[in-house]
Design a binder for this molecule. Structure first.
Ligand code: ZN
Length: 396
C-alpha cells in the first residue's frame, strides 16, 4: 500500500520549499499545494490518531485498513528554530499523566525516540559531565548570581547528580525577571567566553527565537551534539533534550507525550520535568547511537525497546537487484533518494511498486521473509530509504 504522510505546520518548522517535509510531501502527492509563507515542521507516518497516514489508492486511513495501531510512529522533522526543552515519560508515568491531565498528555504510552540526521543536525542531549557544568558556571558569572552562591558552593564541593539537580532546579524555577537579567548580562559581558566555548552563534540564535527564555541557559548544562547525515541519537525515557536545527527522520513508540520546560510557546510543566528528568552527566560523544551493519547495503538502528527499529537501506545504482530479509511485521518504508522497483508479496499476490523520492509504502506482514529492490529504468542515482518496523532485531 502506498501512503501519504500527515504534515504538521508547527511554527518551528522550515518555511516553504526549504523544508524537507514540504519537498517530500510534494514529491509524494502531486495534489499537494505548497504555500511559501507556511512552515512545514513534521510529516507523520503511522496510525497515531493525531496524524494518521492515508492509503493512496482508497483514501482510507491506515488504522482502518490494518484494523489496529502500529507500535511505532515514523516522522520526518524539518527544524528552523528550537523545539522545546523536553523529556518523555516512561510507561508508568505516561499512564498516570494521561489519567490526570488528558488535555496535555494525550495518550498513555511511553515515547522513547530515535533521530537519524538527514542534513547536518544540532541538538541538546542529556546533561554535560558535572565538571564541565561547574566550569561553565564559574566562567559565566551571571549564572552564579541566578542560582545562588550556596548551591554553587555545594556543587563545587560534592560534584554529584544531587547537587547538580539542586542548581538546575533553582535555575528552572527562577522568576522571569531574574532569568531575563541573567541572559542579558551574559549576552553583554561574556561574548568572548561564549566565543571560546563555540556557543556564541547558537546562544544568539536561541535567544533571538525565544528571548529571555530559561531554555537559553540550558546551553550551559546540556550537551550540544552535532550530527552528520546518517548519524543518530536515541532518547530513552526521561533523558532531557531539545532539537535546535536541521532535518532528521525520527522513529518512536506510538505516542505524542512530551513534558516541556522551555523554548516553546506551548504549555510548560517545569515541576513534572524536574521530577522526571535523569541528572546523570555524560560527554557529548557518548550520545551518538550507533547502528549495526547487516551487509554493504543495510544498517539497522536497534534501540533497547521493543516498539521499533529503523533500517537504513543504501543501494548503489549499479546493483541490479537487492533482496532484503524481513520478518512478518508491518513496516513503513520512506524513500529519500534514487529510484527502485519494489517487488513484494501481498495478500493479493506479488506486486511491484516504483519507489522515488517521497514514496511511502506500507510493507504488509505477507511480504516476509523477503522483499526485493530492482533497478529502475533511467536512474543513475544511488537509492536511499529508511524502513521503520517492530523491533524484532532485539531478540535475534
Ligand atoms: Zn523528544
Amino acid at each position: 500500500m502506498e501512503l501519504t504522510g500527515w504534515v504538521k505546520n508547527y511554527d518551528w518548522g522550515k518555511q516553504g520549499i526549504q523544508s524537507a517535509v514540504a519537498q517530500l510531501a510534494m514529491a509524494n502527492d502531486p495534489d499537494f499545494v505548497l504555500n511559501e509563507t507556511e512552515t512545514y515542521a513534521e510529516m507523520w507516518m503511522g496510525t497515531h490518531f493525531c496524524g494518521v497516514s492515508i492509503v493512496k489508492e482508497t483514501g482510507e486511513t491506515l488504522d482502518r485498513v490494518l484494523k489496529k495501531d502500529l507500535p511505532y510512529l515514523f516522522k520526518v522533522l524539518s527544524i528552523r528554530k528550537a523545539l522545546s526543552i523536553q523529556v518523555h515519560p516512561n510507561k508508568c508515568e505516561a499512564e498516570r499523566l494521561h489519567k490526570e491531565r488528558p488535555d496535555v498528555y494525550k495518550d498513555d504510552n511511553h515515547k522513547p525516540e530515535l533521530s537519524i540526521a538527514i542534513t547536518p543536525f544540532l541538538a541538546l542531549v542529556g546533561f554535560q559531565p558535572v565538571e564541565d557544568i561547574i566550569d561553565n558556571i564559574d566562567e559565566f558569572q551571571p549564572l552564579t548570581e541566578l542560582i545562588g552562591q550556596e548551591a554553587v558552593d555545594e556543587l563545587h564541593e560534592k560534584r554529584n547528580s544531587e547537587t547538580l539537580k539542586n542548581c538546575y532546579e533553582i535555575m528552572m524555577r527562577a522568576d522571569d525577571a531574574s532569568i531575563s537579567k541573567c541572559i542579558k548580562a551574559i549576552a553583554k559581558n561574556n561574548k568572548s567566553e561564549l566565543k571560546r566555548n563555540e556557543l556564541l552563534d547558537i546562544f544568539n540564535k536561541v535567544n533571538q527565537d525565544f528571548p529571555d527564555d530559561v531554555g537559553v541557559l540550558c546551553l550551559f548544562f546540556l550537551n550540544l551534539v552535532r550530527l552528520q547525515p546518517g548519524q543518530a541519537i536515541y532518547l530513552g525515557a526521561n533523558e532531557i533534550h531539545a532539537y535546535l536545527d536541521g532535518e532528521c527522520v525520527e522513529c518512536m513508540a506510538c505516542s505524542d507525550n512530551v513534558i516541556r520546560a522551555g523554548l516553546t510557546p506551548k504549555y510548560k510543566d517545569v515541576e513534572q520535568l524536574i521530577s522526571s528528568v535523569i541528572f546523570d552527566g555524560a560527554a557529548a560523544d557518548a550520545k551518538l547511537f550507533m547502528p549495526y551493519r547487516i551487509d554493504d547495503t543495510v544498517q539497522v538502528f536497534v534501540p533497547p525497546v521493543d516498539d521499533f527499529a529503523v533500517m537504513h537501506v543504501g543501494i548503489k545504482h549499479s546493483v541490479c537487484s537487492y533482496k532484503l530479509q524481513i520478518q512478518a511485521y508491518g513496516s513503513i518504508l520512506l524513500t529519500l533518494a534514487g529510484s527502485r522497483i519494489l517487488r513484494l508479496k501481498t495478500d493479493k499476490g506479488v506486486k511491484e511498486i516504483t519507489l522515488t523520492r517521497g514514496s511511502i509504502v506500507y510493507i504488509p506482514v505477507e511480504a516476509a521473509p523477503e522483499i526485493e529492490f530492482l533497478q529502475a529504468e533511467d536512474c543513475d542515482e544511488n537509492f536511499t530509504a529508511y524502513i521503520a518496523t517492530y523491533n524484532y532485531f532485539r531478540r535475534a
